[in-house]
Design a protein around this ligand. Structure first.
Ligand code: ZN
Length: 304
């Protein structure tokens, strides 16, 4: 599932192709991803210029003249730019690890639910095999986005992400820390991969109850979250299954993961085999030695 680093990579990749371009036409298949009638998209989007591509949590925000088009990638969403003067790649490429089939630049197929054609001849294609993605249209207004995202948690890399607000997010919570990290009301943009990576970096066992965390452990986590997200962005995201960048290429952060997907492999730090457990139906990876269930002692505090 695309998390903050993957959506941010897509956003950056599309900027040069989409910003400043006017939408000339649109094709939207009737599909459950649309939280807006496809006919509404067709009525409103053509003729509007794309001013900016923004992001909040795992949402990509296309800022148009009169509307915001919001895209959530769900599990398998892909948003790519189809160059008018570049040939589509033939056939499928098989993922080296998962065996999953993917395309690079491709002609729209039955999984391409939305095509936004731009004045320069290119098109933005949204493809989503499992259809857990979402497409929404909001009329522009001063507080529209603030209201839409009012329940969403702290945005990493923004001024809102500060230690006081972070600590406040723990108040009255009685869940396990991994669950809290996945909760978009706490910090926005973290999913299964970066939650495991941040907990490893902070030396915190994923099944610990949040009430048991000491202040310095929370501070370590506060620092670890933007670190792992930033590294993910620097590597163009993590391509384990369907995620591709805006030009169809894979990210490379899967080669840099310390615990996620590393079950049985020696820990990067201490060589203890990484363990995998299931928490709330999500595979959860950790090092039993670097992230003891009982907590680390403060003198062993470290950042990787
Ligand atoms: Zn370890």
């Amino acid at each position: 599932m695309p998390e903050l680093p993957e959506v941010e990579t897509i956003r950056r990749g599309l900027e040069a192709h989409a910003v400043g371009q006017t939408v000339v036409d649109l094709t939207a298949a009737d599909c459950k991803i649309f939280q807006v009638q496809p006919a509404q998209l067709l009525e409103h989007l053509p003729g509007q210029k794309i001013h900016e591509l923004d992001r909040r949590g795992k949402y990509l925000i296309v800022v148009l003249d009169r509307h915001y088009l919001l895209i959530h990638f769900g599990m398998t969403g892909q948003l790519t730019f189809r160059h008018p003067d570049r040939p589509d790649s033939e056939g499928f490429h098989r993922h080296p690890v998962t065996g999953l089939q993917r395309t690079f630049q491709h002609a729209p197929d039955r999984h391409t639910h939305l095509q936004i054609h731009l004045e320069g001849g290119g098109a933005l294609l949204f493809r989503d095999i499992r259809k857990f993605g979402k497409v929404l249209l909001l009329e522009k207004g001063k507080k529209v986005l603030a209201e839409f995202f009012s329940e969403m948690g702290l945005e990493p890399f923004s001024p809102a992400y500060n230690i006081a607000a972070f600590l406040e997010g723990f108040r009255n919570r009685k869940v396990r820390i991994k669950s809290l990290l996945l909760d978009q009301h706490f910090v926005a943009g973290i999913g299964n991969i970066y939650a495991d990576e941040a907990l490893f970096r902070a030396g915190i066992h994923p099944a610990r109850k949040v009430q048991s965390l000491r202040r310095w452990e929370k501070e370590s986590l506060f620092e670890a979250i933007p670190e792992v997200l930033k590294e993910g962005i620097e590597h163009g995201g993590t391509s384990l299954r369907d995620y591709v960048q805006s030009d169809g290429q894979m990210g490379t952060h899967q080669e840099n993961l310390r615990v996620y997907g590393q079950k049985g492999e020696p820990c990067y730090q201490c060589e203890t085999p990484i363990q995998k457990i299931v928490m709330s139906q999500r595979g959860t990876h950790f090092c039993p030695s670097c992230q003891p269930r009982s907590g680390r002692s403060r003198k062993n505090r470290r950042s990787v």
